[in-house]
Design a protein around this ligand. Structure first.
Ligand SMILES: Nc1ncnc2c1ncn2[C@@H]1O[C@H](COP(=O)(O)OP(=O)(O)OP(=O)(O)O)[C@@H](O)[C@H]1O
Ligand SMILES: [Mg+2]
Length: 343
């Protein structure tokens, strides 16, 4: 991953309704989403949202139902236009694009996986996966070859001729994923792609996505309402509430310092030991020689047993250089801090 921003949302506000100016003015005066709705009957979809997704990153947007997640992701391929603000994808101003430029952008730069699969019922799996390529104008043999490859990679070989209704939910979701991946875009948008699946299948899909990402290095914007899913797959997470981003950070930043009670409610039931890594809690001044050292990405769960025989464990950076140490006391404090939200 490098620091190049690929998706940039700057001060995006979206008002649903026919009097957006009145609603914008009320927002400026400090009214809440509910107050704006009460006074003007306009719905605030997003309020002053800014975020930047880096190249090769999986960036998760999480929030309760109605918080604006779908509204946000649909701005990125311009299924929705903002009321105000600017959006860049791969440094291109997508709001300035004319129809033809937008068509090219949607065919070559971004692909989307939809929550409810969005498959074409009368087409078989092969032609569903090849659909985006067909729209793009690829000829039949070439698009079928690519579709076959992705069907195999998502584990659906043998189902090429099945229709969507003959597949389980998990299999249909794999078709949706293969269809998006077949487009070979650098950006992948996933709106609650796994939310309709039951827990075991869902967990398998998360694993498969992470595995694919190891070789594909796409820039992925992933929407979920499930915090466990967010921390499992997200490099960074933005939490949305009533159309506003209330916190952005790495999973452990959010768990260690939830910005308010809304975030704390998500964080409360997380197994902290599996998520908090020693790099996030280390004591940088602790540099005296240690018998044992671990990489900074080691979880608290994995480091705890070492304290049975060692007072301190050294912490190493990615290059293997010592950057500090952790003690049992520190680890336990980080796990116990069932923190009040920091204000
Ligand atoms: N086309 C529309 N017209 C009017 N209001 C809309 C429209 N689309 C979304 N909204 C409103 O915008 C807000 C955000 O909706 P959105 O669909 O983005 O939420 P969400 O976080 O994706 O929810 P869910 O988890 O249920 O999918 C809600 O208050 C919703 O009622
Ligand atoms: Mg939604």
């Amino acid at each position: 991953m490098d620091d190049t921003p690929v998706i940039e949302l700057n001060n995006i506000t979206k008002i649903f309704g026919n009097r957006p100016d009145v609603a914008l003015e009320l927002l400026k005066q400090g009214c809440t989403k509910d107050e704006v709705q009460e006074k003007t009957d306009q719905v605030v979809g997003l309020k002053d949202v800014s975020l930047s997704v880096k190249k090769g990153e999986i960036f998760v947007v999480m929030g309760l139902s109605g918080s604006g997640k779908s509204t946000l992701i649909r701005h990125v391929n311009r299924l929705i236009d903002p009321t105000s603000g600017s959006i860049k994808v791969n440094s291109q101003d997508i709001l300035g694009m004319d129809l033809e430029a937008l068509r090219q952008f949607r065919r070559h730069d971004v692909a989307m996986v939809f929550q409810n699969f969005g498959l074409l019922p009368h087409r078989n799996v092969l032609d569903n996966v090849a659909y985006g390529l067909e729209i793009r104008g690829d000829e039949k043999t070439a698009r079928h070859e690519i579709a076959h490859e992705w069907i195999e990679r998502v584990g659906l070989s043998g189902y090429e001729n099945s229709r969507p209704h003959q597949l389980s939910g998990g299999q249909q979701q794999r078709v949706g994923l293969a269809r998006a991946l077949a487009m070979d875009t650098s950006v992948l948008l996933m709106d609650e792609a796994f939310s309709a699946l039951d827990p075991l299948i869902r967990s398998g899909m998360q694993e498969q996505l992470l595995e694919l990402q190891n070789s594909l290095h796409k820039t992925i914007l992933f929407i979920t309402h499930d915090f466990d899913e967010a921390i499992r797959i997200g490099d960074r997470i933005a939490v949305l509430k009533d159309g506003e981003v209330v916190q952005t950070g790495r999973p452990e930043d959010i768990i260690l310092k939830p910005a308010n009670d809304y975030v704390l409610d998500f964080v409360r039931d997380v197994n902290r030991a599996r998520v908090i890594r020693v790099g996030a809690i280390l004591d940088k001044s602790q540099m005296k020689p240690c018998d044992v050292s671990v990489p900074r990405l080691t979880t608290c769960e994995d480091v705890l047993p070492l304290f049975a025989r060692h007072e301190w464990v050294g912490v190493l950076d990615d290059g293997g250089a010592r950057i500090g140490g952790v003690s049992a006391k520190q680890v336990i404090a980080a796990l116990a801090r069932h923190s009040e939200a920091v204000s």
